[in-house]
Design a protein around this ligand. Structure first.
Ligand SMILES: Nc1nc2c(c(=O)[nH]1)N[C@H]1C(S)=C(S)[C@@H](COP(=O)(O)O)O[C@H]1N2
Ligand SMILES: [Mo]
Length: 161
């Protein structure tokens, strides 16, 4: 079997785990059950090299914060959520951070999506399905994670004594 055949057979799954109340794994049909949001088309640029990568049509998907709410980021009686960051892992070990404040208390969260369609067409695995995209970022490539596999919630620091 060549690599593209294997890619077609693999079912993408995003796992949400770490400091959440209900760890969960979501395949693409499950992602599609949540309310969907679309981004405006944009130009993808690399942060490191400044290189123009390509024009990207309108992505559609579910807001990352909606998935995190489903997994339960805020525990009753705890303010740990204010010290929580989320590591978004790609299939290849590439990973980027988001903070609770960005996602739940700033305009970044409105436009941080786990996308399964682009230009009204379903994405394929070789197009990065599912893509994590942060539509409010100045330079978009760093937090444009292809083949997102895991969102890991991590509480930083120690609680106040
Ligand atoms: N899964 C994954 N996504 C990733 C990366 C990566 O290494 N792995 N690199 C990022 C960076 S730094 C850039 S510049 C773009 C490169 O996009 P391209 O591979 O479509 O050219 O993907 C971004 N998303
Ligand atoms: Mo990059």
């Amino acid at each position: 079997m060549d690599e593209s055949t294997i890619l077609q057979l693999a079912e993408p799954v995003v796992t949400i785990d770490g400091n959440v109340e209900r760890p969960m794994s979501l395949d693409v049909p499950a992602l599609r059950e949540f309310e969907s949001v679309a981004l405006e088309p944009f130009d993808l640029f690399c942060f490191t090299s400044g290189r123009f990568i390509r024009f990207v049509d309108s992505y559609r998907g579910v807001q990352l914060r909606v998935l995190l709410d489903a997994a339960g980021v805020r525990r009753p009686g705890s303010s740990d959520f204010k010290r929580t960051v989320f590591l978004a892992h790609g299939h290849d070990g590439y990973a980027v951070t988001f903070s609770w404040h960005e996602l739940f208390n700033s305009p970044v969260g409105d436009r941080a999506l786990v996308a399964y369609a682009c230009g009204e067409k379903s994405l394929d695995i070789d197009e990065g399905l599912p893509v994590l995209v942060s539509g409010a970022d100045t330079v978009r490539a760093p937090r444009h994670v292809k083949r997102l596999t895991r969102i890991e919630a991590i509480v930083l620091g120690s609680p106040r004594p």
